[in-house]
Design a protein around this ligand. Structure first.
Ligand code: 13P
Ligand code: SF4
Length: 303
């Protein structure tokens, strides 16, 4: 029986010179123990620029893989080793190669929510916070964008002068939100501002007052001077940091928006993987190098 899991983790963290990174969708106790909580873009930047020997990535597989791609000499641990992103699994290397052959002039921009093999075949990665910028800045008029059709169509609306070829992937958590969900919530609260993640469908985004990544939603609310209430249309885990940053504001969520993969990490998983140094992510070096170029291009083009 472990007396105090948090203390044990902190002790192991010091012993291993480890850093704990968590995504906003993680369970509250994980966010509380993390050294840094952020969106996919922020987590990738920290993964690249820190002096730890071990990165414990509390999130899903593509996040831990991205950390390993960017920091190959560090040990990267994914405590919930089976936590994947179903949307990332909707794209694979053979299908992408086929599409590339059909559009030989196109450059490939892949959402960071993708496998290392897909990243290795891409010219640049992006996250929801910089997708528009990356597509604008990449030196091609024809762009294959994958795997998220919703984020891709949002980018298409923002960059109408480019020819963007979409993939048919989506995030179930965001794609299942309907316009009716928003309309119903607005009926109940007159003075409601709606913040929507770009992984939601066009019909939902159309009803938004603000569209952006998890981190930009928090920034938006923090700097908003209106006296209103907010409907936050993304995974409900974001509410921990949202409320912490805005203790005087009132929020509503759609309770069905839960990503089971993001919720898979438990304190015990962190403790056991740090104690036994298990659940490590390893990537074959030739693939890692190619995926590195795509991720690094994101960090350059997104500056
Ligand atoms: P962010 O890039 O906004 O953190 O989103 C990641 C994600 O998985 C959204 O579902
Ligand atoms: Fe993947 Fe959606 Fe979960 Fe994000 S919320 S990790 S896109 S399944």
């Amino acid at each position: 029986m472990i007396e105090n899991l948090e203390d044990e983790i902190l002790e192991l963290k010091a012993k291993r010179n480890a850093i704990i990174l968590a995504h906003y969708y993680q369970n509250q106790e994980i966010q509380e123990i993390a050294d840094f909580v952020g969106d996919s873009y922020e987590l990738s930047k920290i993964a690249k620029n820190n002096s730890a020997d071990v990165i414990v990535l509390c999130g899903v597989r593509f996040m831990a893989e991205s950390a390993k791609i960017l920091s190959p000499h560090k040990k990267v641990i994914l405590p919930a080793i089976n936590a994947g992103c179903p949307m990332a699994d909707m794209a694979n290397a053979p299908s992408l190669n086929k599409l590339k052959n059909e559009h030989k002039n196109a450059k490939v921009v892949c959402y960071i929510n993708s496998s290392v093999e897909v990243k290795a075949l891409s010219d640049a990665c992006c996250t929801s916070s910089n997708a528009v910028k990356i597509v604008k800045n990449i030196d091609s008029n024809d762009i294959i964008f994958l795997p998220d059709k919703n984020l891709g169509s949002y980018v298409k609306e923002q960059v109408p002068n480019k020819n963007i070829i979409l993939w048919n992937g989506f995030c179930r958590v965001h794609d299942m939100v309907t316009p009716e969900n928003i309309i119903e919530a607005k009926k109940l609260k007159e003075n409601l501002k709606v913040l929507v993640h770009p992984e939601c469908s066009y019909n939902v985004r159309e009803l938004a007052d603000f569209i952006g990544s998890t981190a930009s939603m928090i920034r938006y609310v923090s700097s908003d001077k209106d006296t209103c209430e907010y409907l936050i249309v993304t995974e409900t885990g974001i509410m921990y940091k949202m409320r912490e940053a805005n203790p005087d504001k009132k929020f509503h969520t759609l309770n069905k928006m839960i990503c089971v993969n993001m919720k898979a990490t438990k304190l015990e998983d962190i403790y056991l993987s740090l104690k036994n140094m298990t659940n490590e992510i390893n990537i074959e070096e030739s693939i890692r190098k190619k995926a590195f170029d795509a991720l690094n291009n994101m960090l350059i083009l997104g500056r």
